[in-house]
Design a protein around this ligand. Structure first.
Ligand code: HEC
Ligand code: HEC
Length: 374
């Protein structure tokens, strides 16, 4: 009798164990396609988009199917290890043609403004170097149809390409109510993935988010650099590191976050001026948010500077005069500034800029390429 009871308990607990194990086991989401396997055993925990939407967006972001000759994906130019930028001044699109501008990192985009969800009609975050788009869901589809980047002909063509892959119906039905594949759903899912690319784990973030005492996070050189950045050299008047976007959003489309830092006297790429057609906007570009800056060389909209030293040399004594040069980069007589930054100070500022690197974001498996080669 006793042994029977024991055997019963044994089997009962084994059954419970089995149920628990099989429930907690991640669903197998491996698909075979073109000798690549999809690994989707990740969970997103972003407040605003569901796990399933972000997962679908992740697959689309890394899928070469979204380029006309199956050669590039968003991830070809936007590499996770480089904070979703790359190491080239210009990147190569689907026909190996170079982009006219430097690929910017993707980070902290969209999560902070209802505009990017299309809820508000104006304001929001300037997107692209020249700020020509502010609605993230509209923005993310533009590379797909860009004749240099991915070259897909039209929305119908895109939808058919996505439909041609056997793994999508299931991913769409998990993300939406049914498995219908539409242009809007594609752009929405990519938007949610992009919104999940958030950096907030750098040493600098720990410092100001968690109000930790300076010297527990930054060493003395980094602290000196931080003080020079926000104090003496006033870099922080433009690069608002405390704002996730890197600048203060105005809520209006007044383009105040795009400005001219005197890279040239005459700009061949007119930046904002190329969009508005106004000469007073020539040479104005978006203020970059500088997060993960140590990973995103080369620098500026055209990738002209290879190193942070070169960037500092520019601010030190390389600023070119032109009518649109921002007043913050002029001295009191109105001439381009000459800062006389010492070598030691340059090293300090660069050490501080390295504290903006977020090791967690660039290794986060949820943001990684789900297509694994065999
Ligand atoms: C061939 C390289 C290439 C590919 C492929 C590519 N991009 Fe880009 N991306 C760029 C370049 C270059 C820019 C800057 C263009 C400009 O400012 O005019 C950019 C800008 C962006 C920006 C704006 C970032 C900011 O801070 O303003 C986002 C977001 C973005 N791309 C997302 C995507 C998505 C999503 C895809 C895939 C659908 C994609 N990109 C495919 C090169 C690429
Ligand atoms: C007047 C506003 C302003 C000030 C002041 C300013 N910057 Fe910038 N910074 C910009 C803008 C705008 C760009 C992008 C310009 C472009 O590409 O044409 C930029 C670009 C950069 C870049 C390259 C970013 C990238 O992703 O390629 C770095 C690094 C940088 N600045 C660091 C600094 C430092 C350090 C200081 C202080 C010595 C400073 N900035 C002062 C506005 C400013």
């Amino acid at each position: 009798m006793k042994t029977k009871k024991l055997t019963f308990y044994f089997f009962a607990s084994a059954c419970v164990l089995l149920i628990v194990v099989s429930c907690s086991k991640k669903e197998d989401l491996s698909y075979n396609t073109n000798s690549r396997t999809l690994d989707l055993s990740q969970n997103y925990s972003y407040d605003l988009g569901s796990d399933e939407l972000a997962t679908l967006g992740r697959v689309l972001f890394y899928d070469n199917t979204l380029s006309v000759n199956n050669s590039v994906s968003c991830g070809s130019c936007h590499k996770q290890s480089r904070a979703f930028a790359d190491t080239r001044a210009s990147s190569r699109g689907f026909e190996n043609v170079e982009t006219s501008r430097n690929t910017p990192p993707i980070q902290n985009i969209g999560g902070f403004s209802l505009v990017n969800m299309g809820v508000m009609s104006k304001g929001g975050q300037a997107l692209f170097w020249d700020g020509r788009e502010r609605i993230l869901q509209n923005m993310v589809m533009q590379p797909v149809f860009n004749h240099v980047e991915m070259g897909v002909k039209n929305t119908g063509d895109l939808v058919n390409r996505v439909k041609s892959r056997s793994y999508y119906p299931e991913l769409f039905s998990k993300a939406f109510d049914d498995e219908e594949i539409t242009f809007n759903r594609i752009s929405e899912a990519i938007m949610w993935f992009v919104r999940n690319i958030q950096t907030n784990h750098s040493p600098f973030d720990q410092l100001f988010r968690n109000a930790i005492v300076n010297d527990q996070v930054l060493n003395s050189q980094e602290q000196r650099g931080m003080n020079l950045f926000f104090g003496k050299y006033n870099c922080g008047s433009c690069h608002q590191l405390h704002s996730p976007t890197g600048y203060l959003p105005t809520g209006e489309t007044d383009n105040s976050e795009l400005l001219n830092i005197g890279l040239d006297q005459v700009y061949t790429d007119k930046g904002l001026g190329g969009i508005t057609g106004k000469p007073e906007d020539d040479g104005k570009f978006k203020i970059p948010n500088l997060r993960n800056i140590a990973l995103t060389a080369p620098y500026m909209h055209d990738g002209r500077f290879e190193t942070l030293e070169e960037v500092l040399d520019h601010y030190n004594n390389g600023v070119q005069d032109n009518p649109n040069l921002d007043s913050r980069l002029r001295d009191i007589s109105g001439k381009p500034q000459v800062l006389n930054i010492s070598t030691a100070e340059k090293e300090d500022i660069i050490a501080f800029l390295h504290t903006l690197t977020d090791g967690q974001m660039i290794t986060d498996p949820r943001l990684s390429d789900p297509f694994k080669k065999y």
